[in-house]
Design a protein around this ligand. Structure first.
Ligand SMILES: NC(=O)c1ccc[n+]([C@@H]2O[C@H](COP(=O)([O-])OP(=O)(O)OC[C@H]3O[C@@H](n4cnc5c(N)ncnc54)[C@H](O)[C@@H]3O)[C@@H](O)[C@H]2O)c1
Length: 505
């Protein structure tokens, strides 16, 4: 069953958006709702309903059984996705308990320090810690006692030596949480998973939880972008709910009701899981498409930037994700398209996704091409050559270096004998930890000092704003490779730089 709704009804049944005046009537209407609790829980929530109305904005109050109570949420796994989700759900007015197995991360978050760089998130975190709505723990027992809705946000990295996703962290969450779930609650998977995972985990959850079928699973894939995580969480372009009951759908509609008008797609588990895989496959394909055009432009002496601009005016194509350059990386797209291929293979649908192999290959070839261009500019070998690298994060406005094209290029050049010095506005610590053998600098000018070639590998605005004269004054030779097609070639060439870029003459 798939239903799509737009408008106010899309984000909450009318009864879930309540005002103080309407509360009594709504409660009456909900008499006989399938969502009912035992007497102990009634007593608890009734107390909460009495304690909370003045502190909770009315529209964030939901209905359970015969009582109006706010759901209490937990977020299990507080990395890039979980820390954002926890803070933003508290921002919407919910009481939220974040949990992670990493004690240091939990201590940091509880102090109001963000272990990651995400614009605007630290303010949201601090504001909600101060309000008392947001707390953190490492105790699954406490999380189970506290929460009505448990969001799972743990990682699903690529397995070592394989394309498949490692879903063992999800199994670990279910195994740690379920034995403490002795009352009605909803567990909601947000991690990106191979299709079929939710059905397996739902069965495991019911089997391990003392609450049995009162404990239900839903799948609610996440589409936030690092660098825009707060904005994307508070203003999502759509919400996908994979559910197996009206009860689960209603709970999630209630939870997301404060977001306002958002299209909601209600569907089954496999479709919800596949929506995320398909979205990532599409975006990766679009990026690799323009980078394949860049390869052709390189041999035909054409300019892929102009080609991309011309394509972007075609409304059927559009300009987003059509920027030629060093390609995609990070903790999602590369591992997700590989996991998608691996899962399709297991299901016997591998032919449908063989094109993703080429998407992946085109993407990786851009990194090799970048190294080749740089090597060409320094005389054919990196030995005894100094290379200034601008950027380590996989994209600007993030400190995430997972599968970062920038770092990959820097590491390859280091291995080929180049003396590499990297600068990144926020990802230096992560990069240094992962690659202590490379050189690091505290500013772009320091990274470029004495360089035979400068490489722009992550399009941070401060690199786009660099003054070619100022940078030219510190380098050994005015050679630059613009890996992101972010600079104005004319300006740099006029300032005496030998400017090269991917896909351009
Ligand atoms: N990062 C993104 O932009 C993004 C966007 C959409 C979807 N996703 C998906 O969300 C999931 C999480 O991604 P992420 O980038 O936040 O990963 P992450 O590595 O930053 O965070 C995962 C967190 O889970 C914790 N963890 C591991 N095992 C645990 C356990 N048993 N119990 C509790 N916590 C545990 C880790 O300590 C870590 O803090 C992945 O499936 C990813 O594909 C990520």
């Amino acid at each position: 069953m798939v239903t799509i709704q737009y408008g106010p009804a899309a984000v909450g049944l009318p009864t879930s958006v309540m005002t103080a005046q309407s509360r009594r009537a709504d409660v009456d209407r909900f008499h006989g709702s399938p969502y009912r609790w035992g007497q102990d829980q009634f007593a608890q929530v009734a107390q909460r309903a009495v304690d909370w109305p003045d502190t909770m904005p009315d529209h964030k109050v939901s209905v359970r059984g015969e009582h109006a109570v706010p759901y209490r949420l937990t977020v299990l796994g507080t990395g890039y996705l979980g820390a954002t989700h926890a803070a933003c759900m508290a921002e919407l007015g919910f009481e939220v308990l974040g949990l992670d197995v990493d004690e240091r991360k939990i201590e940091q978050l509880q102090r109001g320090e963000l272990p990651i760089h995400e614009p605007g998130l630290e303010d949201v975190l601090r504001r909600n810690l101060e309000s008392g709505r947001l707390r953190f723990t490492t105790s699954y027992e406490e999380a189970a006692r506290f929460g009505d809705v448990h969001f799972i946000c743990v990682g699903t990295p690529q397995k070592k030596g394989e394309y498949a996703a490692d879903v063992s962290y999800l199994d670990a969450v279910v195994e740690s949480l379920a034995p403490h779930l002795d009352r009605e609650c909803l567990v909601v998977g947000k991690s990106t998973v191979p299709v079929g995972t939710a059905e397996r985990l739902a069965e495991k959850l019911v089997r391990l939880a003392p609450g049995g079928i009162e404990v239900e699973l839903a799948w609610n894939p996440e589409f936030l972008r690092e660098g825009f995580a707060v904005q994307d969480t508070l203003h999502p372009d759509r919400i996908v709910l994979g559910v197996t009951s009206e009860r689960a759908e209603k709970v999630l509609r209630d939870v997301y009701a404060p977001l306002g008008e958002v299209p909601v797609v209600v569907t089954d588990f496999p479709t919800a899981e596949l929506v995320k895989s398909a979205a990532n496959a599409f975006l990766a394909t679009k990026i690799s498409f323009i980078n394949a055009m860049a390869e052709v432009c390189e041999t035909a002496h054409a300019d892929v930037k102009q080609l991309s601009l011309a394509l972007s005016f075609d409304e059927r194509i559009g300009g987003r994700y059509l920027n030629p350059g060093l390609g995609f990386g990070g903790g999602c797209l590369p591992k997700d398209i590989r996991a998608f291929m691996a899962r399709a293979g297991e299901l016997g649908a591998d032919q449908a996704l063989t094109f993703l192999r080429e998407v992946d290959a085109i993407n990786m070839r851009r990194r090799a091409r970048m190294v080749d261009l740089a090597r060409g500019l320094v005389g054919g070998s990196f030995v005894n050559r100094t290379v200034g690298v601008l950027g380590a994060a996989f994209k600007p406005n993030s400190d995430d270096i997972r599968d970062s094209p920038a770092l990959d290029v820097a590491v390859t050049i280091g291995r080929q004998g180049g003396k590499v010095t990297i600068y990144d506005p926020v990802a230096l610590d992560n990069a240094r930890k992962a690659h202590p053998d490379l050189g690091y600098a505290g500013t772009a000018l320091e990274a470029a000092r004495g360089a035979d070639v400068v490489l722009l590998l992550t399009e941070w605005q401060e690199f786009v704003d660099l003054d070619p004269e100022e940078l030219g004054a510190v380098v050994a030779s005015r050679n630059i490779v613009d890996g992101r097609n972010a600079l104005d070639a004319e300006i740099w060439r006029c300032a005496g730089w030998h400017y090269r870029a991917l896909g351009r003459p």
